[in-house]
Design a protein around this ligand. Structure first.
Ligand code: TYM
Length: 347
């Protein structure tokens, strides 16, 4: 399908619905918070229908210890709730409990092409040179992600920069399905990659993404870090010797400075221009304590609330079970209709 046709179909005629997911692979970072969770809470508060998923089936595309997976899934659910996602106003559940995800993913495995998957940068990064040893699930990962999104006819998917390619592939899968079967059934979902913190970088190296897999714990702020740890990591963050500029152009070629300003902007709900109008001309010796105070102010209550919620795992499990039921109410008719379109008898 050409671009014009995609735009013509787009998401018109579909009820606005936000969907996004996070892997329960352990170790939520400030990158997950600013790039995803905080924005998920904002979308919910804006009044759109919001569906959020702990994608445990994606997590097992690489090895996960079973006991750790359970703990991580509950911790992620606690992270969602502590970040302001209200399980009454949003649908919050874990992927494996809504079997329709796996069922639609199979259909999409038959729509997507090998070449599309092979081009995915996440596949190349994660499988590396040893792709013969990678799981088949890791290769098919983006088709499952497309199923997550399209099972709810989601129109908007808030994600960080690193997931853009996967959402674009979701659009390709929807367009090919619609084209092959001569229907206008799946929306051409929009990725939503907005705000100052769609790519939060390492505190040690401004050219690398902040990630739970970085060997240095000082490179990231974990959502479970306490106030002292957060402040200490910001104090020790790498910077350059220059004062802060008054305008965003002055951050060009200063990745560490840009990252800290982006983090400040996202945490304080300001634009980079607004932050720089305020702090331009200051040295890092002055800016870092401001950032540390802001980060502690915003993040420490979240880690405290996560710890509190984790004391009551059965409550978390009940929330996820109820969320799965509500998710199924949307997903089941869409899967049924998909089966009918494909020509499966009995659907
Ligand atoms: P995952 O679990 O790696 O990350 C979850 C979300 O956090 C964002 N993120 C960041 N944003 C800014 N800066 C960072 N340093 C940073 N690190 C992580 C990610 O962009 C993402 O939005 N494939 C997805 C999970 C998924 C999904 C979906 C997402 C499965 N199905 C359907 C959306 C819709 C993933 O691995 O995200």
């Amino acid at each position: 399908m050409n671009d014009a046709a995609q735009t013509a179909h787009g998401t018109t005629g579909f009820t606005p619905r936000v969907f996004s997911g996070i892997q329960p692979s352990g170790g939520l970072t400030l990158g997950n918070y600013l790039g995803a969770l905080k924005r998920f809470a904002d979308a919910q508060d804006a009044g759109t229908e919001t569906v959020y998923c702990m994608v445990d089936m994606h997590a097992i595309t690489v090895w996960q210890d079973p006991a750790a997976l359970k703990r991580q899934t509950r911790e992620l659910a606690a992270g969602f709730i502590a970040s302001g996602i209200d399980p009454e106003r949003s649908i919050l559940f874990n992927q494996s409990q809504v079997a329709e995800h796996a069922q639609l993913a199979w259909i999409f495995n038959c729509v997507a092409r090998m070449g599309w998957m092979r081009r995915m940068t996440q596949w190349k990064d994660k499988a590396g040179k040893n792709s013969e040893e990678a799981s088949l699930g890791l290769f098919a990962y983006p088709a499952l992600m497309a199923a997550d999104i399209l099972l709810y006819h989601a129109t908007h998917v808030p994600v960080g920069e690193d997931q853009k390619q996967h959402v674009e592939l979701t659009r390709d899968i929807a367009a090919k399905f619609n084209h092959d079967y001569g229907v206008d059934f799946f929306p051409i979902t929009e990725p939503v990659i907005e705000g100052a913190a769609t790519r939060v970088m390492s505190l040690r190296d401004g050219s690398k993404k902040m990630s739970k897999s970085d060997p240095s714990d000082m490179s990231r702020i974990n959502m479970t870090d306490d106030a002292d740890t957060i402040a200490n990591k910001i104090r020790k963050a790498r910077t350059d010797p220059e004062a802060l500029p008054s305008e965003a152009e002055g951050l060009t070629d200063r990745p560490e400075a840009r990252n800290l300003v982006n983090i400040y902007a996202a945490l304080s709900d300001q634009s980079v221009a607004e932050v720089l109008a305020d702090v331009g001309g200051k040295q890092f010796s002055e800016f870092k304590p401001m950032l540390a105070e802001l980060a502690v102010d915003k993040m420490a209550p979240i880690s405290g609330e996560m710890a509190r919620l984790m004391e009551n795992p059965s409550e978390i499990d009940a929330i996820l079970a109820r969320g799965a039921e509500r998710a199924r109410e949307i997903a089941s008719p869409i899967l049924k209709r998909t089966y009918e379109i494909v020509g499966m008898v009995g659907a």
